[in-house]
Write a protein that binds this ligand. Structure first.
Ligand code: FES
Ligand code: FES
Length: 203
């Protein structure tokens, strides 16, 4: 009589999360987002749409931004995951970016903010690698340095992250300041006031 092979419903998934090694036993159907939030207790990563449309769940996987709601946790085996809880220690410039978000008031409810920050860090890395965006005037000669990124470039590169509070102008202000290496907002020694975007754009 035929016997159906038994398939395991769980898998041991070796990961490095925020610099710490772990090997959670994961339901094969579980997303990386649910693993982070539920099994590992890293609730800084947010669940918004759960369908890849809002960016709230963005984390860094081996240094690249990814939507954790669209990735099965088992496919991340062997990866290095960085969430908002770990970016300040793991990613150069992350602490400065977080400070800029606070100084420039680039958030209201804050629900989208972890995803915005992880996405911005990933976007700056992509720019450093010379990856063009749809807003690059000429992909063959697009800026090859994060310091050359225009506000339009940043808006496009961050367009996958929605903010229902509409904090877009100040989010772009914060990321642009870090990309350009501007003096920190609100620092009395630099005299750079906390202004927010002046161009009236919605991102
Ligand atoms: S929760 Fe992943 S994109 Fe919205
Ligand atoms: S600050 Fe509320 S959703 Fe962005």
């Amino acid at each position: 009589m035929y016997e159906r092979p038994t398939m395991s419903r769980t898998t041991t998934v070796p990961l490095v999360v925020n610099g710490e090694q772990c090997e959670p036993e994961v339901d094969n159907r579980r997303t990386l987002l649910d693993l982070l939030r539920t099994s590992l207790g890293l609730t800084g990563t947010k669940k918004g749409c759960d369908h890849g449309q809002c960016g709230a769940c963005t984390v860094l996987v081996d240094g690249e931004r990814q939507l954790s709601c669209l990735r099965l946790a088992v496919t991340a085996a062997g990866s290095r995951i960085t969430t908002i809880e770990g970016v300040a220690d793991e990613v150069p410039g992350a602490r400065r970016l977080q400070d800029e978000f606070v100084a420039r008031d680039a958030l209201q409810c804050g629900y989208c903010t972890p995803g915005q920050i992880c996405s911005a860090l990933g976007a700056l890395t992509e720019a450093d690698r010379g990856w063009p965006s749809h807003a690059s005037a000429n992909p063959a000669t697009h800026p090859r340095d994060r310091g050359d990124l225009t506000r339009d470039e940043l808006r496009e590169r961050l367009s996958g992250n929605l903010c229902r509070c509409g904090a877009y102008p100040r989010i772009v202000d914060a990321v642009h300041a870090v990309a350009a290496g501007s003096p920190e907002a609100g620092n009395p020694q630099t005299g750079n006031p906390q202004t927010g975007n002046q161009d009236g754009a919605h991102r």
